[in-house]
Write a protein of this length. Structure first.
Length: 110
């Protein structure tokens, strides 16, 4: 008898420091999302599913946590709408080691 895997709701967070190139039909935010979605799909057997909500901060530096999509993501985590965050690279979340450590502690508390 097989057990059902719990569903893991995965949010994809993307960021680019400048607005340069974001007007293109296919830009780096889309490329980051596609890579993250491909990884989530590879974990389908573990119950992972991509959330439709987009968390995209185009034109925002990773030096600060003051970014609209990141704030929305954190609010959705607190509201228990997100189980897992997938990013193309860790520096998309933050370029500050101290801020990254703060984010990790927030994620662990939720």
């Amino acid at each position: 008898m097989s057990e059902l895997q719990p569903i893991v709701r995965c949010a994809v967070y993307t960021r680019k420091s400048t607005e340069e190139g974001l007007e293109q039909e296919f830009n780096t935010l889309q490329a980051q999302r596609e890579a993250a979605e491909a990884y989530i799909l590879s974990q389908k057997q573990n119950g992972w599913h991509t959330l439709a909500q987009r968390y995209e901060d185009g034109g925002f530096s990773g030096a600060s946590l003051d970014r609209p999509a990141l704030k929305q993501l954190l609010a959705d985590i607190q509201a228990r709408k997100v189980d897992c965050i997938v990013v193309y690279k860790v520096d998309r979340l933050s370029r500050s080691l101290l801020d990254f450590a703060r984010l990790l502690s927030l994620f662990e508390m939720e």
